[in-house]
Ligand binder design. Sequence first.
Ligand SMILES: O=C(O)CCC(=O)C(=O)O
Ligand SMILES: [Fe+2]
Length: 328
Amino acid sequence: MIPYTAPMTARRIPVIDLADAFSPERSRREALAWEIHKISRDVGFFYIVNHGVPQSLVEGQFDWARRFFALPAASKAAIDMRGSPSGYGYECMGAQALDEGSPADLKEGFQFGFDIAHDHAYVQRGLLRYGHHRWPQDLPGFEAHSRRYYEAVRALSHRLLSVIALSLEMPEDFFEPVLETPIATQRMLHYPPQPDGARNNQIGAGAHTDWGLVTILAQDAIGGLEVCNAEGQWVSAPPIKDSFVVNIGDLLQRWSNDLYHSNPHRVLNAGTVPRYSLPFFQDGDQAAVVACLPTCCSAERPPRYAPCTIGEYLDMKVRQTFGVVAVD
Ligand SMILES: O=C(O)CCC(=O)C(=O)O
Ligand SMILES: [Fe+2]
C-alpha cells in the first residue's frame, strides 16, 4: 500500500501539441516523437491538445456520464459488471481498490469496449474485456453516443502509438497488428466529494499505475488527479481545456525495458461537487506477446522482464484490484 500524503509543489505535467502527429512530413512526426520520448522517460504523463477529437463529442460524453450515474440504483445494479464474463457494465462503489491493500476507492464506474462479433473465439471463450456488453435499458441514445466517442478516441490511440513507436526507433506501424482485436476499454467514472470521515488512505482512486499501453483521459473541470513524478513528488494534473491527459502504461514500460515510465497516479476529489472522468485504456490484443524491443536492450541493459502475453498481465492486475474490499 502506498500511504497517502499531500502533493508537493513540483514540476508541471507538460502539454504537447499533437498536430504534427497528423503531418504528412516525416521530419515533423519525428520531432514530435522525440518530444514524447523525453517525457516518457521522465514523468510518463503529458497533456495533448490539437488531438483531433471534437470537443462537442467529449462534452456530450460527459453529459451522458452524468445521466448514467443519476439512474436509479436498481437500473445500475441490473447491469453490474460481475454479471459479465468480460467485466463490462456497472462498477458499484467499493468494487475496486486500485492501490492494492488500501480501502476501496471512492468511485463508481461504467465500462465498455471493443465492438466485436459475438461468435468471435475470444468472446465465446469468455475472455476478459471481449464482448458481453451490458448497457442500461432505460437510457436510450447512451450506447450510440458512447460508441461514437469510443471510435474517435480509439483512432487517436492508434495515432499516438504510431508516434510512440517512432519515438522508440521502431517502424511507425509496429503496434498496428497488436491493435486489430484489442482490449481497449472506455471507463466512465464518478467520484463524489471526499467525505470528511473517510478511512485512512481511502480516496477517489488509490495510487496505481495503469496496466496497458497508453491511457487517454478526459477529465471535467473539477480537478483532483495527481501524478507521482520521477523524484517521487506528487504533482497536480489540473484540468486544461480541450485537452486529454495521456500516460504510459505498464505494458509499454515492459516493452521498452523500463525506458519509458508507467507512473503512479491517484485521484482525490477535494471539491464540494461530484467529479466525472472518462479514461480510455488501449491495452492491445490479449494474445500479443510483450517482449523487450530490440531498440531497448543491449549487452549493458539486458531484458528485465520475461516475455508475457497482454492477457496474462491484465488478468493478474484485475484479480489483484477487484473484489478485495467493500465500502461500508
Ligand atoms: O479519474 C481520473 O482522473 C483517473 C482515473 C484513473 O487513473 C484510472 O481509472 O486508471
Ligand atoms: Fe489510472
